[in-house]
Write a protein that binds this ligand. Structure first.
Ligand code: ADP
Length: 477
C-alpha cells in the first residue's frame, strides 16, 4: 500500500511513488510513499493559508488536547515507531526508541505551553495610557527536515508551530518518510481541523523548492545541509519571510591532561561514532593535550575494537549502518582525503560485510591530524573522527574555536577552572563538560552560532521566539 500525502485534510495519492529502503538490509522495503509534485505543494500551501484564520483563533484547550493526545499515542507506540525509525534510518533500536520517546515528550511539553501563553501589561511612558505586549502566530509555517532524526526534528518543529496557532506545510526528507507519515497520521486522527497540517513528501528540488518560491509561506524552519540552508535564506530574503536554519557542525571535543580517562573515552566514542556519527552535534575533532595524548589514543583503539557494528534492529548492535550509498561514499572519500593529507588512519575505516546487504562502515579514527586539514574543517557526517594533538588548554581552546561552525563544544577535564573558562569561551551554542557533544534535552534551547545556525533557538520555551510575532498595543485609559 502506498502511504499518501495529507493535503487539506485528505489523503492524496499523487501520480508517483517512491520506496523507503532499509540501510541495514537493502532487500527490505520499509514502505512505499506518494511523491508529491510542485502542484501538490502549492495546494498544501493554499490549504494551510485558508485554515490559518480559524486555527489562529482556536481555543488553547483544543490545541492542548490535540498535542496531548499525540504525545500519548507516540509514547504508547514507542516500540513500534522506534522500530520503524531504526529500520528506515539505520540507528540502533535503542536509539530509535529513545528518539521516539523524545518526540512524545516534545508534544507533551508544547501541549503544556498552549496553557501557558502569556503576554505583558506595562505602564506607558505617557500618563493614562496602558501598554500590552502579546504574542501572535505568524501564519503558514514551512517545515523542511533532514533524514538523521526522522521523528524528533519533525516533532520539535511541528509541535511549537501548532501550539502557537500557526498552520503547517511539512516536507520530510525523502530517505525517511515513514516516521513523518506516522506522526502526521497521529496528529490528523487526534482531531486537527483540515488544512492545519499538510504533509508533502518528495524531492527537495521540487517540493522544497515550491515551498521556498511561495509568497504564501510566512516562515520557514529548516534543518539540513549548509548549501540548501543558503537557498532557504536567499529565497526567504526575497519573500521577506522569517527563517530559521540549523545546518552543519564540526564540533570539537577537548581532552585535557587532568581528564578522567574513562570518562573522556566514553564521551569521545559516543560523540564521534554513536548514531553512526550522523548527528549535527557529533564530534569529529578530538583535541587532546600532550600529557594524555598517547594514553587516550590507545584507550580509544581498545574501546573501538569492542564496538558492535551490525543490523540496526539486531540485539546487541551498538552502531548501525550508514544511511545510504551516497553518504557511505562521502565517508570513504573523506577517509581517503585524510590519508592523502598526511593524517594517520590509526583505527577502522574499512567497509564491513554482515548477514544482510547494508552500508556498514567500521568507525575510523585518524591521529596526527591538524586543524587545517579538510577532514578537520569540513563536515563529514559519518563515523570518522581525528585526534589533533595540542600543547595545553590555551591552545586547545584556540583550536576548538577555529572552525566555520559553532553548534556544540565539549571538554573532558577535572579542573573547575578550565571547565568554567571553557563554558564561557567556547564559541558554540551548546557546551558539554565531561559529556558527549551530542545528546540534548527536549525542554531547553537547541542551536548554534557562526555557520551552524541562523535565527532564534529551537525547543523549549525559546521556540516561541520563532513561531510567534510580538504585538505592542497602546490604549488610552
Ligand atoms: P542532507 O545532506 O541532510 O540530505 P539537504 O539539505 O540536502 O541535506 O536536505 C535537507 C532537507 O532539505 C531535505 O528535506 C531535502 O529534501 C530538502 N531540500 C533539498 N534541496 C532543497 C531545495 N532546493 N529547496 C528546498 N528544500 C530542499
Amino acid at each position: 500500500m502506498v502511504q499518501k500525502n495529507l493535503i487539506d485534510g485528505e489523503w492524496i495519492a499523487g501520480s508517483e511513488a517512491f520506496r523507503n529502503i532499509n540501510p541495514s538490509d537493502t532487500n527490505d522495503v520499509v514502505g512505499e510513499y506518494a511523491r508529491a509534485s510542485a502542484e501538490d505543494a502549492r495546494a498544501a500551501i493554499a490549504a494551510a493559508k485558508a485554515a490559518f484564520p480559524a486555527w489562529s483563533r482556536s481555543g488553547i484547550l483544543e490545541r492542548h488536547a490535540i498535542l496531548r493526545k499525540t504525545a500519548d499515542e507516540i509514547l504508547a507506540r514507542k516500540d513500534e515507531l522506534g522500530k520503524l525509525l531504526s529500520r528506515e534510518e539505520g540507528k540502533t533500536l535503542a536509539e530509535g526508541i529513545g528518539e521516539t520517546v523524545r518526540a512524545g515528550q516534545i508534544f507533551d511539553f508544547f501541549a503544556g505551553e498552549c496553557l501557558r501563553l502569556a503576554g505583558e501589561v506595562l505602564p506607558s511612558a505617557r500618563p493614562n495610557i496602558g501598554v500590552e505586549i502579546t504574542r501572535e502566530p505568524i501564519g503558514v509555517v514551512g517545515i523542511i527536515t533532514p533524514w538523521n532524526f526522522p521523528i524528533a526534528i519533525p516533532a520539535w518543529k511541528i509541535a511549537p508551530a501548532l501550539c502557537y496557532g500557526n498552520t503547517v506545510v511539512f516536507k520530510p526528507a525523502e530517505l525517511v518518510p515513514g516516521s513523518s507519515w506516522a506522526i502526521v497520521d497521529i496528529l490528523h486522527r487526534a482531531g486537527l481541523p483540515k488544512g492545519v497540517l499538510n504533509l508533502v513528501m518528495g524531492k527537495g528540488s521540487v517540493v522544497g523548492q515550491a515551498m521556498l518560491d511561495s509568497p504564501d509561506i510566512h516562515a520557514i524552519t529548516f534543518t539540513g545541509s549548509t548549501g540548501t540552508g543558503k537557498r532557504v535564506a536567499l529565497a526567504s530574503v526575497e519573500h521577506n519571510r522569517k527563517y530559521q536554519l540549523e545546518m552543519g557542525g564540526k564540533n570539537p571535543f577537548v581532552v585535557l591532561d587532568d581528564a578522567d580517562l574513562a570518562v573522556a573515552v566514553e564521551a569521545a566514542v559516543n560523540s564521534a561514532f554513536f548514531s553512526t556519527g550522523q548527528r549535527c552535534t557529533a564530534s569529529s575533532r578530538l583535541i587532546v593535550t600532550e600529557g594524555i595524548h598517547d594514553r587516550f589514543v590507545a584507550a580509544m583503539g581498545e574501546r573501538m575494537k569492542g564496538l558492535v557494528i551490525d543490523d540496526a534492529l539486531k540485539a546487541g548492535t551498538q552502531i548501525g549502518p550508514v544511511v545510504d550509498e551516497s553518504q557511505l561514499n562521502q565517508d570513504t572519500d573523506y577517509i581517503a582525503i585524510g590519508r592523502q593529507e598526511g593524517a594517520k588512519l590509526a583505527f577502522g575505516g574499512e567497509l564491513l560485510k554482515r548477514d544482510t546487504p547494508g552500508f556498514y562502515l567500521q568507525p575510523a579514527l585518524f591521529t596526527e591530524a591538524t586543524n587545517a586539514m579538510r577532514i578537520s574543517r569540513e563536515e563529514i557526517f559519518g563515523p570518522v573522527a581525528s585526534v589533533i594533538r595540542v600543547k595545553d588548554y590555551d591552545e586547545a581552546l584556540i583550536v576548538a574555536n577555529d572552525t566555520p561552525f559553532g553548534l556544540s563544544s565539549g571538554i573532558a577535564t577535572t579542573s573547575l577552572k578550565h571547565a568554567t573558562h571553557f563554558k564561557r569561551n567556547a564559541d558554540a551554542g551548546m557546551v558539554m563538560v565531561n559529556l558527549p557533544t551530542a545528546g540534548v534535552d527536549f525542554h531547553v534551547p537547541f542551536g548554534g552560532r557562526k555557520g551552524s545556525s541562523h535565527g532564534s533557538r529551537e525547543q523549549g520555551r525559546y521556540a516561541a521566539e520563532f513561531y510567534t510575532t510580538v504585538k505592542t498595543a497602546y490604549t488610552l485609559a
